[in-house]
Design a protein around this ligand. Structure first.
Ligand code: DC
Length: 238
């Protein structure tokens, strides 16, 4: 099967069908660079609109975590892709947000560790990894309406959705936010790698509205995002 963006997509083992009609489900795509505030915004929007929040970055992080645990070089594309064939990746949700286990293990806080931060961009640049994860990401929409955040959600995963926001913030503000979270994370390096890669780089997707959160607190960012979604035709309740 050929997905949008020309990437062949594997069948989705995480597909779960519910009683509701998948053709009625909406995807809101929230993309942007590291620490731009997109996770917090996506969580708040999902809560307000009653949707499931899907953190696609956590999926790339989980594959990176497993790669490191297996002692595979994150730059060894063939080795990482061969590992994907051996492991069991289970994507689900807890009614609020996405969950992931690899071979039955939830990596939890290790997903945010320094080693994963330093290697996730290399793993995310591997086309075979993206192919696998894009299939799993699209599977979420079969089950429910979602807010999905990442780098290529509006450009590659759900290019047809009319609901797209690109969240940005000045680099010093983003670095300070990450520092406040107590994380060691070279966001400038990650952004450069994520934007320069050949497959599905970070871009402002066609149709996306840019939301600069440099001077906005989270409440103001949510209000601005809701106004954008209304303009894009999303049925936001009053
Ligand atoms: O959103 P995050 O910072 O947790 O994402 C971690 C990394 O995963 C990011 O540096 C690039 C990669 N990623 C990606 O390539 N595509 C996505 N849709 C989401 C994340």
């Amino acid at each position: 099967m050929l997905g949008s963006g020309g990437l062949p997509v594997e069948p989705n083992p995480c597909r779960v069908t519910s009683g509701s009609d998948p053709s009625l489900h909406h995807a809101i795509a929230i993309d942007g660079p590291a620490a731009s505030g997109k996770s917090t915004l996506a969580k708040r929007l999902a809560g307000k609109l009653g949707l499931i929040m899907v953190n696609s970055g956590a999926m790339y992080r989980a594959i990176t975590w497993k790669t490191l645990r297996e002692g595979i070089d994150p730059h060894d594309a063939a080795g990482v892709v061969a590992m994907l064939d051996r492991i069991s990746i289970r994507c689900g949700d807890d009614g609020i947000g996405s969950t992931i286990t690899i071979d039955g293990v939830d990596p939890g806080e290790q997903l945010r560790g320094e080693e994963v931060n330093a290697n996730v961009s290399a793993v995310a640049a591997i086309p075979g990894v993206r192919r696998k994860l894009i299939g799993l990401q699209r599977g979420y929409l079969d089950r429910s309406s979602i807010v999905m955040e990442g780098r290529d959600i509006g450009s590659v995963v759900f290019p047809e959705t009319p609901f797209k926001i690109y969240v940005d913030a000045a680099e010093h503000v983003r670095a300070a936010r990450r520092g406040d979270e107590g994380q060691v994370d070279s966001i400038a390096r990650r952004d450069a790698l994520d934007s320069a890669r050949a497959t599905a780089p970070l871009v402002v997707a066609p149709g996306a509205v840019v939301l600069d959160t440099t001077d906005l607190d989270i409440d103001a960012a949510v209000d601005a995002a809701v106004a954008i979604l209304r303009r894009q035709g999303f049925p936001v309740p009053d």
